[in-house]
Design a protein around this ligand. Structure first.
Ligand code: B1M
Length: 232
């Protein structure tokens, strides 16, 4: 992806939208946080919706990083720089994604499971949930079952959300849900799970209420299930 282009020479604001988006994907690949922040701001100034910038420039750019990471072209330090650049863009988008003015409609505790330090997708879900009017308690990464239990006890959420990006860590979701069952508190709240290697079948198998493919689906699912619960 990255070539000999000297990014210092590129005036991002002079590029038309499509070229700017392609340039942002290159900059994300190269871990250039400042450029990602600048590109994000330019697209917003040009009237792009925050969700469009997110999907077409940032998430799509990260997908490309993921492919080259898988294929051994990029390594952990480089991907960390890409992740840092992505977070720079997300910080710009955060207030926009969260500014719906909606009344708090429920509370969610969310965290990435034990052994897993991926947090970009989880952060995105947290942001979009906040945007939809949920209060979100974010436990961060690498959460053992005790962390979830403590947060549940303290915050009494409507929803527990868990994220996992590794095939080796996703089974831990079942450990958490089984513990909730053992303690007799599983039915006290909705459990939503998500992360790239999961699917609907897995969600059912571990005993979650739903698997959420992405942050938008997480929001819709949360809204529907909370409304159903309230109605019942
Ligand atoms: Co990691 N990594 N990584 N990594 N990494 C993956 C996941 C991988 C698929 C890359 C690959 O090989 N193609 C692969 C997993 C393979 C597998 O398990 N089968 C992998 C690996 C192997 C590893 C290491 C083991 C590498 C190593 O050390 N040898 C290591 C593990 C560390 C650990 O966790 N213990 C590792 C490390 C890292 C970095 C630290 C370098 C970095 C993470 C930085 C960070 O998160 N702060 C990183 C990254 C960035 C990735 C990729 C490239 C991108 C992930 C991402 O942020 N995507 C990833 C490849 C990929 O997924 N394409 C990869 C963008 C994000 C917006 O999408 O997270 O899917 P996603 O979230 C979506 C949905 O999944 C959903 O909504 C989100 C938004 O729409 N969702 C939820 C997610 N969580 C949800 C929770 C919900 C609901 C929906 O709750 C209700």
């Amino acid at each position: 992806m990255s070539d000999d282009t000297n990014d210092d020479d590129i005036d991002l604001s002079s590029l038309p939208d499509d070229e700017l988006v392609e340039q942002m994907k290159d900059d994300l690949y190269d871990g250039l946080r400042e450029e990602i922040v600048e590109g994000t701001n330019i697209l917003l100034e040009r009237g792009w919706a925050a969700t469009r910038v997110l999907d077409e420039a940032l998430v799509e750019g990260m997908r490309i990083v993921g492919i080259d990471f898988r294929d051994g072209i990029l390594f952990v330090p480089e991907v960390l720089m890409s992740a840092n650049a992505m977070k720079g863009g997300m910080e710009v988008l955060r207030p926009l994604l969260a500014e719906t003015g909606a009344k708090p409609i429920g509370k969610m505790v969310i965290g990435t499971v034990k052994g897993d330090i991926h947090d970009i997708g989880k952060n995105l879900v947290a942001m979009m949930m906040e945007g939809a009017g949920f209060e979100v308690i974010d436990l961060g990464i690498d959460n053992a079952v005790e962390n979830y239990l403590e947060a549940i006890e303290q915050h009494q959420p409507d929803i527990l959300g868990m994220s996992a990006l590794l095939t080796t860590t996703m089974p831990y979701m079942k450990v958490v849900i089984d513990t909730l069952v053992e303690k007799g508190i599983r039915e006290d709240f909705i459990v939503l799970v998500g992360g790239a290697p999961l699917n609907e079948e897995f969600g059912k198998a571990v005993g979650a209420d739903a698997y959420c493919r992405d942050a938008a689906v997480a929001v819709e699912t949360a809204q529907t299930l909370v409304a159903q619960r309230r109605a019942a």
